[in-house]
Design a protein around this ligand. Structure first.
Ligand SMILES: [Fe+2]
Length: 320
């Protein structure tokens, strides 16, 4: 288990070839956080692809994949259609969604926030197998890309020619500006990228736009771990144990439960909250109701805190 609270792109736990087909250049996958909890959330790894790298056509029988494209461009192929995902886009793959990925630029970065997949554990096992059995590993008789393994079905054919469609025409692709729901307050805009109904109830995925100087805070009673990906900008994190650090773009902030703290945007910053276990959608909907029907209560901090507690969401926004 990664115990670091501030994880930079250099802080990987393991470095693995993701598509070890013997060709060069190889893709590279780095592993940052092991999954945990009832739903096995927040398994974070990152693949770096070169032009031509392909993830074969497959689907998962259980487990969810949420990807952030953090550089380059990749084609996402599913159900005979394909669209290009670019930096800042989110791709959310639910079980039984067949999919394939083709990198169309070098240095395409595919940062994954898995749920219930334990994928990297499998990849480490496979790496060890490959290292011990190099001669037979690429033998077709080995059938490593057919049949069921690791809770996934890998098809033994490539996806045929796909129709090009706009990014918003693939249900699994959530472009940077896309929102299932959007809420704005002074200094902060929140966009829902993946709803709880798309994660078997485990979590929500949010994109937070913070103006410079904006603060988020939570108390030591916070019952969930917090994970933020700094997509752009920078923040100062101050924790009640005295630890403080500055997180820049591409860093991860991983705070264990029951450790209070605060995040302050040092400039205009975009955070991704890929493992939001609290019911932020319910909280935002109720706040929206107050905004329209009982605006005076919006300025009552105690009332807002009560609404947060009721909806099991515990991160306080500076403007609420
Ligand atoms: Fe997949």
């Amino acid at each position: 288990m990664h115990t670091k609270l501030h994880i930079t792109p250099e802080d990987d736990l393991a470095d693995i070839d993701e598509i070890p087909d013997g060709s060069e250049p190889r893709s590279r996958c780095r592993y940052f956080i092991e999954p945990y909890g009832q739903y096995g959330i927040n398994e974070v790894c990152e693949a770096n692809y070169y032009v031509g790298n392909r993830v074969p056509y497959h689907e998962h029988l259980s487990g969810f994949e949420t990807f952030l494209v953090d550089g380059g461009a990749l084609e996402v192929l599913t159900l005979s259609r394909k669209a290009v995902a670019r930096k800042g886009d989110i791709v959310h793959i639910t079980p039984f969604t067949p999919h394939s990925i083709h990198s169309i630029e070098d240095n395409s970065i595919w940062r994954a926030f898995h749920q219930g997949l334990w994928l990297t554990k499998f990849m480490i096992e496979e790496r060890d197998l490959r290292d011990r059995h190099w001669d037979t590993f690429f033998d077709p008789e080995f059938k490593r890309d057919t049949g069921e393994r690791n809770g996934s079905k890998w098809f033994d054919y490539a996806l045929p020619e796909c129709e090009d469609v706009a990014p918003d025409k693939l249900p699994c692709l959530r472009p940077y500006d896309f929102a299932l729901a959007e809420y704005s307050f002074e200094g902060i805009t929140l966009r829902l990228k993946v709803g709880r109904w798309e994660t078997l109830g485990a979590k929500e995925v949010w994109q937070l736009f913070l103006s410079g100087g904006y603060k988020l805070s939570w108390e030591k009673t916070h019952p969930y771990s917090l994970l933020y990906d700094v997509f752009s900008g920078s923040v100062r994190v101050t924790l009640e144990n005295g630890e403080t650090f500055i997180a820049n773009a591409r860093d991860l902030i991983h705070i264990p439960k029951f450790l209070g703290g605060e995040i302050e945007a040092l400039e205009d910053t975009v955070l991704l909250d890929p493992g939001c276990q609290g019911y932020l959608t319910r909280f935002m909907d109720e706040v929206n109701h107050l905004k329209q029907k009982e605006p005076a209560k919006l300025r009552d901090r105690e009332h807002i805190r009560a609404v947060m507690r009721k909806n099991d969401y515990n991160v306080l926004f500076g403007s609420l």
